[in-house]
Ligand binder design. Structure first.
Ligand code: AMP
Length: 315
């Protein structure tokens, strides 16, 4: 089944302990779409400028991603984000944000995208997220992301968007900020009361936890217990940019490819999210994710099963 994603299509200038790269192809919708494309059909809504050329298009085309919904604004430049990471590489420090074409972004759903089955609202203004959500009332599932800026300064708009979500996918700092609770279980309960039927909290290099409620899987018993999936212990993390969006792409892409969204499928999807996140961080920008293969993905999934299998007698 097809996924429609709306979000940033950008250039990123990134500094990590492994070096600096100017203007790598990036953006939340880019990372998400590439990760999800290994599982299902993906369509993108975004906006770009003249600096988005054949080379950038190629990264999408290679993965069969439909970019007919990406609007080109002549004479303008793409959204540009500059950030740096230090130490544990868990949190990006934003050095610069050039909105460029993003400043007046008003997403439109083209007619050839209307039959999309799943919707992912990547991190953009919650007013725009809500607008796209309202334009797609018949989708099977809506998932979304947000960030500290919207939580801090656009709370009312964010709450309106959250009320319509099936699943919210955010990191632990964002969950704490949104709920005002430090303890993540308490935070999750509060966030779920805001509307989402389920919540996935990402813990960077430590994996992700899914929280459920009675509304998550109607008619299914015993699904309110949280579920934790680890992250793969990696020897070298080169660039964490886009790991969260790649996680979301793997998670949602796997779900969208299933016949039914069961608790089992949801839990399995968390592992595929972790697999795609692990590729994203191994090289700068989209370099590694773009070149992953389905075989490599399954190989890492097997590794995930191995490290999470509770066999206390294993040698
Ligand atoms: P993450 O998965 O959280 O590391 O997301 C990284 C991506 O988010 C980068 O490729 C950036 O281009 C993009 N990004 C950073 N700031 C914003 C913003 N304010 N709005 C939309 N996208 C952003």
């Amino acid at each position: 089944m097809s996924i429609l994603v709306v979000g940033s299509v950008a250039f990123d200038t990134i500094e990590t302990p492994h070096g600096k790269r100017e203007r790598c192809q990036g953006g939340a919708a880019t990372h998400f779409a590439i990760a999800a494309s290994f599982f299902t059909d993906v369509r993108v809504i975004g906006v770009v400028g003249d600096d988005f050329g054949p080379k950038q298009e190629e990264a999408f085309k290679k993965r069969n991603i439909d970019i007919s919904g990406i609007e080109h604004i002549p004479g303008e430049k793409c959204f540009h984000w500059a950030g740096s990471y230090e130490g544990a590489l868990n949190e990006a420090k934003t050095l610069q944000t050039d909105l460029n074409v993003f400043a007046d972004f008003s997403p439109k759903v083209p007619s050839n995208y209307q039959d999309s089955d799943f919707l992912f609202l990547a991190n953009i203004d919650p007013v725009l997220q809500k607008r796209v959500m309202d334009a797609m009332p018949d989708v099977k599932m809506v998932a979304g992301d947000t960030m500290n800026y919207w939580i801090a300064d656009h709370r009312d708009n964010l709450l309106k968007m959250l009320a319509g979500l099936d699943t919210l996918i955010i990191n632990d700092g964002e969950a704490r900020m949104l709920s005002g609770e430090h303890n993540l279980v308490k935070a999750a309960k509060k966030v779920i009361e805001m509307g989402p039927k389920s919540l996935v909290i990402k813990h960077g290099e430590y994996g992700a936890t899914a929280f459920f409620c009675e509304r998550s899987f109607p008619g299914t018993k015993n699904t309110t217990v949280p579920f934790r999936a680890p992250a793969l212990p990696l020897e070298e993390v080169v660039d964490p940019t886009g790991a969260g969006d790649s996680f979301a792409g793997g998670f949602y892409g796997y779900l969208a490819a299933q016949k039914e969204i069961t608790p089992r499928a949801f839990r399995t999807a968390l592992f595929y999210g972790g697999v795609m996140g692990s590729f994203a961080v191994e090289k700068f920008g989209i370099e590694r994710l773009r070149d992953a293969t389905r075989e490599e993905i399954e190989e890492r999934f097997r590794l995930f099963r191995e490290i999470s299998h509770l066999d206390l007698d294993a040698e």
